[in-house]
Design a protein around this ligand. Structure first.
Ligand code: BGC
Length: 805
């Protein structure tokens, strides 16, 4: 821990000459995107910008929902897309490119990567996250951090932690047992923090087991700093800080955005002894250290101009998107297509691409290549038809009929469908696994008349494909960034091998997902009753057959695997083994294969998922080439979280490592003995996989399930939707309605309007002070709350309160 005693303060943290008020000032932003400077003490201001797949720099004003304009930057493929490459090298390369653009645009900290676990495919923000598996998420996030920071910019891993849904994100309390928390929801963060030392971590909006993430000393200090060794700055998500004084005490150094002045609260807490000068100095010292370190880092890595980066980064975005494309089906090797082939290109996404998601990550691209242009440029003879309206994709039989005419008799129809922007976004969750009915109907209608049908999917998360056996090929491009159109052409032509593999399970039905009955909960509580049984962990344990398992993807190649072996027959605590398997390319093209290794723990110490990913490796092979692929597996990654000793433990006993193509396709089983701690059983005998009954959930939590919070008295945390039921809330609404309406009308598109509307309803009332750059004062917020509580005199006192210095 950083000590603040004058003799031991590291130079970067040194606050000599910085007054108490200046120290307090460092604990919140200067405005929407900048931190405060103390020039006399050599503490520069920092500019922070989203993130993660491109830079969303706003130099004047700003908003955190992606609504107002930002300067152009390369829109790289989103996290879901890049994750499908399973390539830390590629993620690092893109991270470095994002870092270079940050530098070129004067941005010091990139607000990414996001690595929340995909608990459920409905989370509206899954496109910004990597995986349902913490090993994949953690490794890729670490690579992104390394890439960004290699350019002298700082990264920010977010949203710490358990922010796995958009609905109720500002108020929901995630009730999750310790083992699940450690093994799934914290594990990716732990890996990224330990491996890549991110400059900053962003504390999430939600609560975890009754505590706001922003105010949790256990999360932000005990776990993050003391256990994992994090030595950077924790900042709040925008408007997430629930109680600034509690936040400072917890280790939440920097409140963002600035504008809502909480320095008066911190000063008062200091004066009354609630916060010590040392606590303030510790947090301020960390902010000072970050500013100084980044200033130094900038000096060591030369910055480029955006002009110099445009071409190479557009090319990188294209290569990354193509390489990350997942082939789910390719009957009779219909793909790649013959150069110059005649194709019927169906689907509005061909001309109006769906290439990124809405919200804070929305980037203004430097250019945009559509699939229509790129396929024509690549020499295909293309006729096209939209088939649906791209924004909402409501039912429209006439558009299908027109598309069918274009596709009729076509040798190859390429149908681009997926999720329209309104279906998935920051700010709200999906409600169905299905594609819009218009898209399903279009695919079926085209497949019925075309000789061969190739479906190209643009979307940010898993969906159902009811027509999957009626088409010849299926490509998943996810949300491939500004060059995704070019990437589609490269993949259809086969100039780039589509080497992607899914990093989340595509279930046949939402009822097959263990978390479904418990997602998204109520505005104030979501119970993680499925425990560790998320995604493939559930599918493999419960024997749920899925159309496209975690890890699935065909590429264009064909490989034969043989001679799987282990470097040793035992694994001891702290040790490692190497899994080897010979992979032979038996197809006519170069190909990239992914070897996955799963643990099957049969020690019986604790109820574990049937399969848990413990390692993977990629290999690119020339036709006819045979190579031994090695996958190192560390004993540390075979551990479980033992709730009795409150620590990671390697069990003792027989287990197996499974060498697999995906979570459902095992090529070889390698027995191994785990030589860990001798534990009889770390669990009560009746432990169930999914805690359906309250009693089972309480056993797992080790306490009773908390009740919903009392609605009254109203507090700063009460949402506007609830307050509007009171007279005070109605009055407030009258006061701000026209401003809110004006803001809403300013958004040109429906998704932004939907997101804004949800935000206004679901945000705690404190957000009015926190997210309006000081336009609404804390006095006003507190007055409304007091009035709603029928305390008119207190309300008057608050209304007349002078803003803090
Ligand atoms: C998002 C963050 C983002 C921040 C700033 C928040 O609403 O949750 O991911 O970095 O806004 O735009």
């Amino acid at each position: 821990m950083t000590t603040t005693s004058p003799d031991h303060v590291p130079a970067d943290h040194d606050l000599s000459g910085v007054s108490l008020d200046e120290r307090i000032g460092l604990l919140s932003g200067a405005d929407y995107w900048n931190t405060r400077a103390v020039p006399a003490a050599g503490i520069p201001a920092l500019m922070l910008s989203d993130g993660p797949h491109g830079i969303r720099a706003q130099y004047e004003g700003g908003d955190n929902l992606g609504l107002a304009a930002s300067v152009a930057s390369t829109c790289f493929p989103t996290a879901v897309t890049l994750a499908a490459s399973w390539s830390p090298e590629l993620v690092r390369e893109v991270g470095a490119a994002v870092g270079a653009e940050a530098r070129a645009l004067g941005v010091d900290v990139v607000l990414g990567p996001g690595l929340n676990l995909k608990r459920h495919p409905f989370c509206g923000r899954n496109f910004e996250y990597y995986s349902e598996d913490p090993l994949v998420s953690g490794l890729l996030a670490a690579a992104a951090v390394e890439g960004i920071q290699s350019q002298g910019a700082g990264a920010c891993v977010k949203h710490f932690a358990v922010n796995n849904q958009e609905g109720y994100r500002y108020t929901v309390d995630a009730i999750v047992d310790e083992r699940t928390l450690r093994e799934l929801y914290l594990r990716g963060f732990e890996r990224a923090v330990r491996a890549a030392a991110p400059a900053t971590v962003m504390a999430a909006y939600n609560l975890i087991n009754g505590e706001h993430a922003t105010d949790s000393h256990r999360l932000l200090s005990t776990i993050l700093r003391d256990e994992w060794g994090f030595d950077g700055v924790v900042m709040s998500d925008w408007g997430a800080e629930a109680d600034r004084v509690a936040g400072v005490a917890a280790g939440m150094d920097l409140e963002m955005p600035g504008g809502a002045d909480t320095s008066g609260d911190v000063r008062a807490a200091h004066d009354s002894g609630l916060l010590t000068a040392e606590q303030i100095a510790t947090a301020a010292g960390r902010v000072a250290a970050l500013s100084r370190r980044l200033e130094r880092a900038r000096a060591t890595v030369p910055a480029s101009t955006m002009d110099a980066l445009l071409e190479p980064h557009d090319a990188l975005a294209r290569r990354a998107a193509a390489q990350s494309t997942v082939v789910l089906r390719n009957e009779a090797d219909v793909l790649p297509l013959t150069p110059g082939a005649r194709i019927a290109l169906i689907g509005a996404f061909a001309d109006t691409p769906r290439y990124q998601g809405s919200g804070s990550s929305l980037v203004t691209p430097t250019r945009l290549t559509t699939a229509l242009e790129a396929l024509r440029d690549a020499g295909f003879d293309v006729t096209s038809s939209p088939g649906y309206e791209p924004e909402r994709s409501g039912d429209d039989p006439a558009l299908i009929a027109a598309a069918v005419e274009v596709a009729r008799g076509a040798e190859t129809a390429v149908v681009m469908v997926g999720l329209p922007p309104i279906a998935e976004s920051e700010g709200f969750d999906r409600e169905t696994l299905a594609l819009p009915p218009q898209h399903d109907a279009l695919v079926r209608a085209v497949a019925a008349v075309a000789q061969r049908t190739v479906v190209v999917l643009s979307l940010g998360s898993a969906v159902q494909l009811p027509w999957r056996d009626e088409v010849d090929a299926i490509l998943v491009t996810h949300l491939g960034g500004q060059a995704s159109g070019g990437a589609v052409a490269d993949v259809l032509l086969g100039t780039v091998e589509p080497a992607g593999r899914l990093t989340e399970t595509w279930f046949a039905s939402v009822d097959d997902i263990a978390a479904t009955p418990f997602f998204p909960g109520t505005p104030h509580q979501v119970q993680y009753r499925e425990g560790v049984f998320v995604g493939y962990r559930h599918a493999t344990t419960a024997g749920v057959a899925v159309p496209y398992p975690f890890g699935a993807g065909l590429g264009y190649g064909r490989t034969r695997w043989s001679d799987a072996s282990l470097s040793g027959t035992t694994i001891a605590i702290g040790g490692r083994v190497t899994v080897s398997v010979a992979v032979e390319n038996v197809g006519p093209r170069p190909t990239t294969e992914l070897v996955q290794v799963y643990l099957h723990d049969t020690t019986g110490v604790v109820l574990r998922p049937r399969r848990e990913l413990v390692g993977f490796a990629r290999a690119t092979l020339a036709p006819g080439e045979r190579r031994v692929v090695e996958v190192p597996v560390a004993a540390d990654d075979l551990r479980f979280w033992d709730v009795r000793s409150n620590s990671w433990q390697l069990p003792t006993g027989q287990a197996a490592l499974e060498v697999a193509r995906d979570a459902a396709t095992v090529e070889a089983v390698l027995p191994v003995v785990l030589e860990g701690t001798v534990i009889d059983s770390a669990e009560p005998p009746a432990s169930e996989a999914i805690a359906v009954s309250d009693a089972a959930f309480e056993r797992r939590l080790g306490r009773s399930i908390p009740g919903e919070p009392a609605r009254r008295p109203y507090t700063r945390d009460t949402t506007l939707a609830v307050l509007r039921r009171t007279l005070a809330g109605k009055l407030l609404w009258l006061g701000i309605r026209s401003a809110a309406k004006k803001a809403e009308d300013a958004f040109s598109d429906e998704v932004s309007r939907a997101m804004y509307e949800r935000t206004v309803q679901e945000m705690p009332i404190r957000g009015l002070a926190q997210l309006t750059s000081g336009q609404v004062s804390w006095g006003t917020v507190d007055a409304v709350v007091a009035l709603a509580n029928r305390r008119p005199f207190a309300a008057l006192r608050h209304a007349l309160r002078r803003p803090p210095r």
